[in-house]
Design a binder for this molecule. Structure first.
Ligand SMILES: Cc1ncc(COP(=O)(O)O)c(C=O)c1O
Length: 396
């Protein structure tokens, strides 16, 4: 009998373990051993979910709102998503163009699986959020990366996107503000990318996960442009905006036939997102929005501190993040010395020797950077950055 290796399906081998989760797990293991770890690996707000949102979930429980809902989410929540998107960005989506998913990641996964055929090309600016690559690979698609310009704060131009478009391009995937760099795509360039894609009938997926966390520009959605609804696919998430990472609520806004295809897929995998979380999400979207600006003000303070502190380390450069809550410093000064050959080794050594957890840039497609999440207290940032300083000085 022929050996069947370990029986794992081939399509699983096309995806890799999320490096962000790997670092977080190692940091967790060390903490379990009593080590005092400064953890900058987590991509989630350190704020609690606002009280009004939690209370809505308690009410849902008390009212026994604990059964299946429609696969694509409750009518009430879809309506609330469309209304909030209209209010924030001036779009005009209908509930038939909306699906509620189990977090924003699920929206990206389902959108990609619903649209990408084997061999289709998906254009992704680099550095990119880890998941995009694996989700496209899982669909049998081919990632085409476009390098963002570090000297210009990791931004890119529409011309650089245009240069890689081919008849096989199915989708361009843009994440602004970006995880990991915090870069925000200039509105004019974004509009040019939209024109390029819509003229060719190519989909433009916009991952709006951090759209409300902008430091020096106004929230904007490319989906608000005239005619955008035909080719623009919005992947949204409540996770970061409302400090709701554990509740697992995201959404997709897309042409109705795409929503139907996503719903079909969802109906055979997760079914509906949790009923209680959906009630909480309605409150998040329709209730007071001040918690968002409170968090943004705090992130700004931390951003300013982190960037200044990183730039004070000899040889380290850091582009200024214009949104989200990540800094992406260039630590190349310490690569190629003292047995540190790449940022994977840099991060492993930093964790082992200084007990600071950061995510290696290899996970995001670049080889001289690490990602530092500043969704953590200033005190934690102060002591962690001091340790990073010492580590780099020692190894450069
Ligand atoms: C760029 C980006 N998009 C989407 C998500 C998905 O968030 P969630 O699935 O928690 O809603 C994340 C989470 O880290 C992210 O960083």
């Amino acid at each position: 009998m022929q050996a069947i290796a370990n029986g794992i399906a081939e399509r699983i081998s096309s995806i890799s373990v999320s490096s962000t989760m790997r670092v977080a797990a190692e940091a967790e293991r060390l903490r379990g051993e009593g080590v005092d770890v400064a953890d900058f690996s987590a991509g989630e707000p350190d704020f609690p979910t606002p009280a009004n949102i939690k209370q809505a979930a308690v009410r849902a429980l008390e009212q026994n709102f604990t059964k299946y809902t429609n696969t694509a989410g409750t009518a009430e929540l879809k309506q609330a998503v469309c209304e909030r998107h209209a209010q924030d960005y001036g779009t005009s989506y209908k509930p038939s163009e909306c699906i509620i998913t189990v977090g924003g990641k699920h929206a990206i996964f389902n959108l990609t699986q619903a649209l990408v055929n084997p061999g289709d090309e998906v254009v992704i600016p680099s550095p990119y959020w880890v998941t995009y690559k694996d989700v496209v690979n899982y669909a049998g698609g081919k990632c085409v990366f476009v390098d963002a310009d570090e000297a210009k704060g990791f931004t890119f131009t529409a011309a650089s996107i245009e240069a890689v478009l081919t008849p096989r391009t199915k989708m361009v995937l843009i994440n602004s503000p970006s995880n990991p760099s915090g870069a925000v795509l200039d509105r004019g360039e974004f509009e040019k990318v939209f024109k390029l894609t819509s003229d060719r009938g190519v989909y433009l997926m916009t991952d709006e996960c951090y759209c409300r966390f902008l430091y020096d520009s106004e929230p904007f959605s490319i989906a608000s442009l005239p005619g955008a609804k035909e080719t623009v696919l919005v992947a949204g998430s409540l996770s970061k905006t409302y400090a709701m990472t554990g509740w697992r609520i995201g959404f997709g806004l897309a042409p109705a036939p795409v929503i139907v295809a996503m719903t079909k897929l969802q109906s055979h995998s997760t079914s509906n997102p949790t009923s209680i979380a959906q009630k909480a999400a309605v409150e998040a979207l329709r209730g007071p929005q001040d918690s968002v600006s409170v968090m943004l003000a705090e992130y700004r303070r931390r951003r300013d501190f982190v960037v200044e502190r990183l730039r004070a380390i000899p040889g380290v450069t850091c582009a200024e993040p214009r949104g989200a809550f990540y800094a992406y410093p260039n630590v190349g000064i310490a690569i190629g010395r003292n047995g540190i050959h790449n940022t994977l080794e840099f991060s492993a050594r930093l964790l082992a020797e200084e007990h600071v957890a950061v995510v290696p840039g290899e996970a995001f497609g670049t080889d001289r950077h690490v990602r530092i999440s500043y969704a953590t207290s200033l005190r934690e940032l102060e002591r962690g950055l001091e340790r990073i300083h010492q580590f780099i000085v020692r190894n450069s």
